[in-house]
Write a new protein. Sequence first.
Length: 199
Amino acid sequence: MRRLLISGLAAGWMATGVAHGAEITERTTYFMVQGATFAELDRALGMTGPLLSGGERHAGSTKVTFSRDLEFASRKMGCQVSRTNLRLDLVTTLPRWNAPGRADPQTRTKWKILQRDIAEHEAHHSKIAKTWLDRMNRELLALPAEPTCARMELVATRRVHELQLDHANAQVGFDRAEARVVDSRLNGKLAAATGKAIR
């Protein structure tokens, strides 16, 4: 039996669980925003939010780390992946606001809606990662046998890299789709909560 440790990191995009033999850990961190009006809070998000690739600050982020300790076994038909030992670590960063006394009720209501929308967006990034974790587990265990375990390691490593790239593309695709609808969705939620259109 041979083993291969492979790790990968993707960024962008509180509990511990086990799914299909994979360990998942999640934690949430926060950054503070300051302001007394919704416009001030919106500006603060762009100034203090997590800095992602490309040098842009975002209202939230989810750091995704996949790791796996693959095990291989020689059988009659050749060498195969016998265990994947997958692990997924998720670190979500969200905004937090301690409302000053001069913040009016409408601003507080708008903030709750915005904060909830940001949290839901980041939760979907985590959901995408968990979906790909399951897919990685299935596909690695289903790889056809190779003549030697050395060859099996090479094949498994290549497939891991392909799956991680596909996962990263899925995360980017979600962000692109969100960029097209997030403003209208938020404006609709804010207008419904405050009883007037948001300009």
